[in-house]
Design a protein around this ligand. Structure first.
Ligand SMILES: [Zn+2]
Length: 147
């Protein structure tokens, strides 16, 4: 069982919080910055960023959504942070790995096309390295969650 209620970081974080930061003064509690980012760093934003409290091992999802409304509206910046179970975190991290692997394959396929520009191939290679690195980090986190 997580003891987030007594944790010096988590006790300041509600179970779930949604704010809009562009037009309001609302901000997440500062303790949010102490959470360790363990997944979703460079992936598709729909997965959210998976974070972990370094003090009590409670897991969170952080979602950031900025919509400029293509300059047609005022735009908005939404941020959400909510607590999730260890099982949920594990599932999201696994999805993250699958997403990264599929994305790496897609980049490889694109780079193999003869019509792909060298500059694009170079960029793809950089992305592949980054996604591979991230995948390794996520895998090590999943391992440490085994118990
Ligand atoms: Zn905590």
């Amino acid at each position: 069982m997580s003891n987030h209620k007594t944790c010096s970081i988590c006790k300041y974080l509600p179970d779930s919080i949604d704010i809009e930061t562009l037009h309001t003064e609302d901000r997440l509690p500062v303790q949010e910055k102490q959470l360790e980012i363990i997944g979703g760093l460079s992936s598709d934003s729909s997965l959210g960023q998976i974070r972990k409290c370094p003090s009590c091992d409670t897991y969170y999802v952080f979602v950031y959504d900025h919509d400029s409304e293509s300059g047609m509206g005022p735009g908005y910046t939404d941020q959400s942070l909510y607590r999730i179970s260890k099982e949920d975190a594990k599932e999201r991290l696994s999805k993250n790995i699958h997403f990264n692997q599929a994305y790496i394959e897609k980049l490889k396929t694109e780079s193999n096309l003869s019509s792909t520009l060298d500059t694009v191939k170079k960029q793809n290679m950089k992305k592949i390295i980054r996604y591979r690195k991230e995948t390794k980090v996520i895998e090590s986190h999943i391992k440490s969650m085994a118990t």
